[in-house]
Unconditional design. Structure first.
Length: 167
């Protein structure tokens, strides 16, 4: 089971988080801070799997972003590495070479109530980054492995949302 997924910069700034297991806010922050500290302290040639408490942290770096999943101790790390790669692949395909700024901008836009008219089309697409995770993982278990299928669902949802906004 995947307990949580985070993306953070090489400077330790959290850019994305999604929890699949219930924890208190204090525990969530503590776990994420510990994970970020442990991962950033590692050298580039080291293994991408860490034991942390009764779980494992599986991470992968893409440019200046780290993507990390916390999984059960008995789960397969290689499948989780493939999951991370597919998630980044889908983000790249949907946004066109996703970068840290896309996640920063997306975080701000996803929780903004008023969106300038010039940004409406962009905000529709950016809210999708969490929906992508929801397409891939349900209740901490990986559900969809087809990149084409996920991208098709996301694009269909975006078109429907844009149609609703312009009516």
């Amino acid at each position: 089971m995947i307990h949580w997924v985070v993306a953070f910069s090489r400077h330790g700034k959290l850019r994305l988080k999604k929890w699949f297991k219930t924890e208190s806010q204090h525990d969530k922050q503590k776990l994420i801070n510990e994970a970020i500290t442990m991962i950033l302290a590692r050298k580039s040639g080291m293994c991408n799997v860490l034991e942390h408490r009764e779980t494992k942290l599986v991470y992968r770096r893409y440019a200046s972003l780290y993507f990390c999943c916390c999984i059960d101790f008995e789960d397969n790390e290689l499948i989780v590495l493939e999951f991370i790669h597919r998630f980044v692949q889908i983000l790249d395909d949907y946004f066109g070479n996703v970068c840290e700024l896309d996640l920063v901008f997306g975080f701000q836009m996803a929780y903004t109530q008023r969106v300038p008219k010039s940004r409406k089309l962009t905000s529709v697409g950016i809210r999708v980054r969490i929906v992508i995770l929801d397409e891939l993982v349900i209740d901490g278990e990986m559900q969809e492995s087809s990149v084409k299928s996920v991208i098709g669902h996301i694009k269909k949802m975006s078109k429907e949302e844009m149609a609703d906004e312009f009516q």
